[in-house]
Write a protein that binds this ligand. Structure first.
Ligand SMILES: Cc1cc2nc3c(=O)[nH]c(=O)nc-3n(C[C@H](O)[C@H](O)[C@H](O)COP(=O)(O)OP(=O)(O)OC[C@H]3O[C@@H](n4cnc5c(N)ncnc54)[C@H](O)[C@@H]3O)c2cc1C
Length: 552
């Protein structure tokens, strides 16, 4: 039967776009099939903060950060904690990915016009030993233009390929099956969905108006993860993190529905590490939602005090920005699925960043004038102030007794004792008089301020939380926010998918979140951050190049 293209890519997110553009640029014909409309091109990456994990970059060097492949690999392995037979390919992907991040990743992007904000962020700082979880140094490079800035070069390449006839988009085409002949994947089939003019990111109609079938020599599954499907998140929730939360908010649009995972499994693909996921614990309900249960993640600086639902301070080293899954594990062990930040106006102003392109109009709009205000402004960035005023999870009061009483009213659980909270804050505040202290969080603050990037825009000058000069006091109720899927389809370094019989399935490739960002779980148990977009770039590139070569 005649082929419709050389390769079909399922998913027009970042991984799919990267794969498709590599195929088209190698002279092959490619079709990108996506269940959403054209307005959604780029998938989750458009909404992202655009943070990228890079190693030994010029931006790091300019800030005096000494980084290298060996240090990054040490951090990656300490963070991943690979410990399963199934980690064979994920581990090989990890080594290759760290080499990419320390090698041609930046230059490859730069040649396409991608640019980076000069202050490198320090995510997942750990707090254990040198071989434990976390980034030893700042490595989170924010794309100038955030999410749209990382999608843009690939969309541009895709549009050029579209013009010269090598790339075709089929929007509103939902894949329901992989077409197989004699064990080989030869196409996709599914439903055509009715046109829907909803805005980007909003849930679109699922009404079917017809069906379709497309044939090619190879199919790349780049359909994203499961974070928008809370039932699936709960089903896959690992025992080691306690019971699945009763209440969760969504850090991803509804199209991150995980459906294609089951469809690909039905074709015999081997899904590994499905119990590994990356959800955040600093989620706040969006007062101006785009998708259902829309939550935003606070990217916190190191100074907010963190209390569990019962009012007990989180133990060391679970400070803001240290160890996402350690925090999740601790919070779920309390029997409640929320926790609290208590902070001051001085802290929110300097330390609260919100993850997401729409929450950072200065960086997204590439406005230097607005961006410089992060360092000089009296208030917090406008989107943070808007949350402070309108967000259901924010409480602002000028004294602690009123703050705690409003916190009890907001949760409805009445678990917080004002004297207990006060004693813990006062104890911490007494540690403020010296630069050498015993409180591990306060040590962290001093450490952070030795890094120029943090001192400039991410870490408030140490001060007493109860000092009215730094008020008003702010409490934020933090919810669990679903986001990333760390497991996925097992692949070799060419992104070729293994079957349940451990043999490669001819004609089938996987990339991006569907492939656990490479190999079926390049992150192992945990991430160093900025590694997801980068994982889409690397696995999408490998898949596209390998498939283009294979189709002859
Ligand atoms: C707010 C936010 C902030 C983030 N910030 C960062 C960051 O700073 N750094 C970082 O590294 N990562 C970040 N991420 C994560 C990163 O953006 C995603 O993990 C990544 O973009 C996933 O890309 P993907 O191509 O694998 O999948 P997706 O973007 O989910 O794309 C998959 C596409 O497949 C389509 N699809 C699914 N099933 C089917 C089907 N059956 N038929 C047809 N089409 C189908 C979907 O409609 C979708 O368009 C962030 C994510 C969000 C939401």
């Amino acid at each position: 039967m005649a082929e419709d293209a050389d390769v079909i890519v399922v998913g027009g997110g970042l991984a799919g776009l990267v794969a498709a553009t590599e195929i088209a640029d190698s002279g092959k014909r490619v079709i990108v099939v996506d269940q959403e409309g054209e307005q959604n091109l780029g998938g989750q990456a458009f909404w992202s903060f655009g943070g990228l994990f890079l190693v030994d970059s010029p931006e790091q060097r300019r800030l005096g950060i000494k980084d290298c492949y060996d240090l990054a690999l040490q951090d990656w392995m300490g963070t991943a904690g690979f410990d399963r037979d199934d980690d064979h390919w994920p581990k090989r992907w990890a080594e290759a990915y760290v080499a990419f991040a320390a090698g041609d990743k930046r230059d490859w992007l730069r040649a396409m016009g991608h640019r980076i904000f000069p202050v490198v962020g320090w995510a997942e700082r750990g707090g254990y030993d040198a071989m434990g979880h976390g980034n030893s140094v700042p490595r989170f490079h924010v794309t100038w233009g955030t999410g749209p800035g990382i999608v843009e070069p690939f969309e541009r390449r895709a549009r050029e390929a579209q013009k010269n006839g090598r790339l075709t988009f089929r929007f509103r085409h939902r894949v329901d099956t992989l077409v197989m002949t004699n064990g080989r994947v030869e196409g996709v089939a599914g439903a055509v969905l009715e046109p829907d003019g909803v805005a980007r990111g909003q849930s679109s109609s699922r009404k079917v108006t017809g069906d379709f079938s497309l044939r090619a020599q190879a199919v790349i599954v780049a359909s994203g993860g499961i974070g928008g499907n809370h039932d699936m998140v709960r089903q896959n929730w690992p025992k080691r993190l306690g019971e699945p939360p009763k209440f969760m908010i969504s850090g991803v649009p509804e199209h991150v529905d995980g459906r294609m995972i089951g469809i690909t499994e039905a074709a015999g693909a081997r899904l590994i590490n499905r119990d590994r996921m990356w959800h955040y614990v600093e989620g706040i309900r969006n007062w101006d939602p785009i998708w259902p249960r829309h939550g935003i993640r606070i990217l916190p600086g190191p100074s907010s005090m963190w209390f569990d639902a019962t009012g007990k301070r989180l133990p060391a080293p679970l400070f803001p920005g240290s160890d996402t899954l350690g925090q999740l594990h601790y919070i779920m062990s309390t029997g409640y699925d929320y926790s609290w930040f208590i902070l001051t106006q001085s802290i929110i102003k300097k330390e609260f960043a919100l993850s997401g392109s729409e929450q950072n109009p200065d960086l997204t709009g590439k406005s230097w004038r607005m961006t410089i205000k992060r360092a000089t402004n009296k208030g917090a960035p406008a989107p943070v102030e808007a949350f402070k005023q309108n967000g259901a999870d924010f409480i602002v009061r000028d004294n602690l007794a009123d703050l705690v009483s409003a916190m009890n009213a907001l949760s409805g659980d009445n678990l917080l004792k004002p004297d207990h909270i006060k004693a813990q804050i006062e104890a911490r505040d007494r540690e403020m008089s010296n630069a050498y202290v015993k409180d591990a969080q306060v040590m962290n603050i001093h450490n952070a301020r030795r890094y120029i990037g943090d001192k400039l825009i991410r870490t408030a000058k140490p001060h007493r939380i109860l000092d009215p000069e730094h008020g008003p006091l702010i409490a934020v109720k933090l919810n669990i926010l679903t986001r990333k899927t760390l497991g996925g389809f097992e692949t070799d370094l060419d992104s070729r998918v293994f079957g349940t019989n451990r043999e490669i399935i001819p004609g089938l490739y996987a990339a991006g979140e569907a492939a656990g960002f490479g190999g079926g779980g390049v992150h192992g148990y945990r991430s160093l951050e900025g590694t997801f977009l980068g994982g889409c770039l690397f696995s999408g590139r490998n898949a596209g190049r390998a498939a283009a070569k294979a189709v002859g």
